[in-house]
Ligand binder design. Structure first.
Ligand SMILES: *Cc1c(COP(=O)(O)O)cnc(C)c1O
Length: 416
């Protein structure tokens, strides 16, 4: 029977197999036809501790005994209140307010709207957003506008709003910082800079120095440009610290979190904002309230899952697991780095990346061949062009990690 399901980022005309997964556990996907696949990309960067973490599953089950979905405009519930308190306690102190939504893309839309609302409400309207080249901030029109342009948004490009794009920070980031300084002094004053801290994920696992992140933040502070940290991917330990911003001592004005917020179990996002941004919307004038909501804002079951995720962070040795994974990745990456066919092996926290063979961009022929090859080895690795990266859940054990790197070594020999 032909499935009516239209999958994301999938060319159905190529009739590539779409495996049916019937169970997930830890770092593994179990398919209906009896295969056990190592989930080496955390189901597209969301699963942090491992699939179906018992504590998070139990919290979801327990919450269904009390609440399902509740209007959040003017109403509230315990899981959202508790989660907000706990986030305020562990995130940088200046981030005093928590706005809920349900995906990374919406967290970014909210951040951009908050920034623009701030400038309008303080009586200095600004509309220009600055971004980094090769950035990715989601697939909604606003998210695409502040992200890199390419084949994946070609059809919509005329509708995307204009942004100021800073060069990707190579080395000491001089050209990026100079471009930021120049943009800050321009006539058309920037409202905000949005960045992925330390790692540009979908742009090809491009890493840059913490010092450059710190400098970008400092320049924004000096010129009164709002600094938005999109930690949708980098948050929750991926780069080795809870937030990537920590490594640069950076506190943003606005912080976007999603993916690992519930441990990757169910969709939820938050946009955290400074008091200044909140207060710019605070008034007895209803015309100045923050005009954004989605139907499922702060879904109680999702909030309960996130509260359980925070308990896992507090009460389980998550930091130690991350440190162990970093070390295990480092050793294995060093082993494949020297192979012919592998270039530019690099790592940032729990994320390891490299290029295999030549590079012809996102639609490079090598991509589907690598992807299929890894699947034939029962490993879920989904290269971007010829960039192969390993970003597993923190619970992955050594045999499963070996399986990934054995497959990478074999691929390097085959596709060099
Ligand atoms: C994945 C991602 C997003 C979009 O998140 P969705 O939940 O897929 O909408 C935004 N920003 C970054 C940095 C991401 O990696």
């Amino acid at each position: 029977m032909i499935s009516p399901v239209w999958h994301p980022f999938t060319q159905h005309g190529l009739n590539e197999p779409v495996p049916l997964v019937s169970r997930t556990e830890g770092a593994a996907l179990h398919t209906a036809d009896g295969r056990r696949i190592v989930d080496a990309i955390s189901s597209w960067w969301v699963t942090t501790h491992g699939h179906r973490h018992p504590r998070i599953m139990a919290a979801i089950a327990a919450e269904t005994e009390r609440l399902d979905q509740l209007i959040f405009a003017g109403w509230t519930h315990a899981p959202a209140e508790q989660l907000a308190q706990e986030l305020i306690a562990i995130m940088p102190a200046a981030l005093a307010h928590v706005f809920y939504s349900d995906s990374g893309s919406t967290a970014v839309e909210v951040a951009l709207k908050m920034a623009l609302g701030y400038w309008l409400n303080i009586g200095e309207p600004r509309h220009r957003i600055l971004t980094l080249a090769h950035g990715y901030h989601g697939d909604t029109i606003g998210g695409m506008s502040v992200g890199a342009r390419g084949v994946y948004n070609r059809a919509y490009q005329p509708l995307l709003f204009d942004v100021g794009t800073l060069p990707f920070p190579e080395g000491d980031g001089r050209s990026t910082l100079d471009a930021l300084e120049a943009a800050a002094r321009a006539e058309d004053k920037p409202a905000a800079l949005i960045v992925e801290p330390l790692v540009l994920g979908a742009g090809g696992m491009l890493f840059y120095e913490a010092a450059v992140l710190g400098e970008m933040r400092a320049i924004c502070a000096r010129h009164g440009i709002l600094f938005i940290a999109d930690e949708v991917m980098t948050g929750w330990g991926r780069t080795g610290t809870l937030l990537a911003c920590e490594q640069a001592g950076v506190v943003p004005d606005i912080l976007c979190l999603s993916k690992g917020l519930t441990g990757g179990a169910v969709p939820l996002a938050v946009t955290m904002a400074s008091a200044a941004i909140y207060e710019a919307h605070l008034s007895d004038d209803r015309g100045r309230m923050f005009f954004h909501s989605s139907s499922y804002t702060a879904n109680p079951i999702a909030c309960a899952a996130a509260v359980a995720n925070l308990a896992v962070w507090r009460e389980e040795p998550v930091t130690e697991r991350i440190a162990t994974l970093i070390e295990r990745q480092r050793v294995r990456l060093a082993r494949v780095a020297a192979l012919p066919g592998v270039s530019n092996a690099r790592h940032c926290g729990t994320i390891a990346a490299m290029e295999i063979g030549g590079n012809d961009g996102y639609l490079a022929d090598i991509q589907p061949r690598l992807y299929a090859f890894f699947q034939s080895r029962d490993v879920l690795l989904r290269p971007m062009g010829n960039t192969v990266y390993v970003m597993p859940p923190y619970c992955i054990d050594e045999p499963d990690l070996d399986r990934c790197y054995d497959a990478i070594a074999e691929a390097a020999a085959r596709f060099a």
